[in-house]
Design a protein around this ligand. Sequence first.
Ligand code: 5GP
Ligand code: ZN
Length: 111
Amino acid sequence: MDCIFCRIAAGQAPARVVFESPRVLAFEDLHPQAPVHVLVVPREHVDSLWELVDGALAGELLLAAAEVARSKGLARGFRVITNARRDGGQEVEHLHLHVVGGKRLGRMLPS
Ligand code: 5GP
Ligand code: ZN
C-alpha cells in the first residue's frame, strides 16, 4: 500500500485523529496552513473528487467536515476545500477535504 492516507486510515501510519466513523476519518494536516487545518478522508481509497460516485459517502464526508468545524469551535467561519487532479493542485492522490479556519481567511483564489 503506497498511499499515505490509506496507511493512516488502516492505522499503519501515525496521525492526530480528530474524528472517526466507519467510513470516514479526519486528522490534523502535517503542515497546517491555518490555526485549524484538518483533512477529512474516506477510509476506502478514492483518487479524487473526479472519481467520487458514492453519494452516501459524499454526504458523510461533508457532514464530517461540518462536525470537525463545530468541534474545533469555528463558529466565526471556516472553509472546506478539495483540490482535484493536476490543475487543481492535488498532491496526495487520495480524496480529502481540507477544513481550514481559526483566522480571517483571505480571498479564495488569487485575483
Ligand atoms: P493537496 O495538495 O493534495 O490538496 O493536500 C495534501 C495535504 O496533505 C497537504 O496539506 C499536506 O500538508 C498533507 N499531508 C501530506 N502528507 C501528509 C501526512 O503524511 N500526514 C498528514 N497528516 N498530512 C499530510
Ligand atoms: Zn489511499
